[in-house]
Design a protein around this ligand. Structure first.
Ligand code: GRG
Length: 335
């Protein structure tokens, strides 16, 4: 397997970030995609009773070129928690941990892809472009896109239940169901719509209340699936409570840092780099971190959170270097 470990010293240093020569986190993400995408494709290689149009829409949605951040979190959490105890001689091969964590990586990417397909629908964000291509309802039709999302969601749990040992599968299914259900992904999406569509009895007014409101939405809408990705990766290799706790602290800081960076990119990024429409938030007068707190302080908070995330996984040692580097990268990326 092509693997490109990032060292702890690179993770802590700005010089390893994407703009720098020989940046290893970008290569490490390429390694994840090289390993993961053939396995993801196999998971949506339907036969039997799945109608062709539905199968095509699911492959279209899930195999479109995404960053694969959630699978990366699964694999890097697995390698961070699995390595020391599996090979005390320290000759660890991350491939062992990635293979065992593959059902978890496929499952979280299926949930993510379904949420994007549904979010792009006319009843929600009404977008025409996603991952540089026409959105699913544009390439197919609305009914197919709704059913594609439904089937991707069910597939996620099928893959976990089939691919993991029973006791681990039950914990993993619970964690993923909670992260994608009414109290997290779906609930966060509903609250986001509520603010935008004037469904709130008392919208937040002060800057402090607005930041708390956004944190609460993003913790559920975006952060919960990142956290579940990390936990599923840990569970796949039998992580202990201390390791899961380190992943939790990493995931909480990472989730907010990611969302602030996403808001900054919506305000300042380009459609070509992002592969989706930008400037939507301003058009809709939506609350975002840069509009409430200002671009400078939003950027500063994102960088502080990235450092906090990296510090949280420092006790996991060298195998957690990719996680730390990813936290720094997500706040400096251009897509
Ligand atoms: C429809 C239940 C339901 C939820 C929708 C995912 C989502 C919730 C909304 C998408 C809108 C949005 C911009 C959310 C915030 C951040 C986010 C999930 C960005 C996309 O994730 P990336 O950058 O995308 O990892 P790729 O395409 O690289 O996988």
């Amino acid at each position: 397997m092509a693997n490109c470990p990032v060292t702890s010293s690179e993770a802590a240093s700005d010089t390893c970030l994407p703009a720098g020569a020989g940046c290893s986190i970008v290569a490490a993400l390429d390694s994840v995609r090289d390993f993961f995408e053939p396995r993801l494709s196999a998971a949506v290689g339907f036969d039997g009773e799945t109608p062709t149009r539905l199968a095509e829409s699911m492959r279209y949605a899930v195999l479109a070129p995404g960053k694969r951040l959630r699978p990366a979190l699964v694999f890097w959490a697995a390698q961070a928690c699995g390595s020391p105890r599996r090979d005390p001689a320290d000759h660890w091969d991350p491939a062992d941990h990635w293979e065992v964590a593959t059902p978890a990586a496929v499952a979280v990417e299926c949930i993510h892809a379904y949420s994007l397909v549904h979010d792009d629908l006319p009843a929600m964000d009404d977008d025409d472009l996603r991952r540089g291509r026409p959105t699913c309802h544009r390439a197919f039709d609305e009914a197919t896109a709704i059913l594609c999302g439904d089937a991707l969601q069910a597939l996620a749990f099928e893959v976990l239940a089939k691919g993991m040992p029973a006791a681990v599968a039950a914990r993993a299914c619970l964690a993923l169901a909670q992260a994608s259900g009414s109290a997290a992904l779906v609930g966060g999406q509903v609250d986001d719509l509520a603010a935008e569509r004037g469904w709130l009895d008392s919208p937040p007014v002060t800057a402090g209340d607005q930041v708390a409101w956004m944190d609460r939405i993003n913790r559920r809408k975006t952060g919960a699936l990142f956290l579940a990705s990390l936990h599923l990766g840990g569970l796949a290799v039998g992580a202990d409570d201390a390791q899961l706790d380190a992943l939790t602290r990493f995931g909480r800081a990472f989730g907010v840092a990611f969302q602030i960076a996403d808001d900054l990119l919506d305000a300042e990024g380009t459609e070509a780099a992002m592969g989706k429409r930008v400037g939507k938030d301003a058009q809709r007068g939506k609350l975002t971190y840069p509009t409430v707190a200002g671009v400078g302080s939003a950027r500063e908070r994102a960088q502080n959170l990235a450092a906090e995330a990296a510090a949280a996984v420092a006790p996991l040692g060298e195998p957690a270097a990719e996680l730390a580097a990813l936290a720094h990268w997500i706040v400096t990326r251009d897509h």
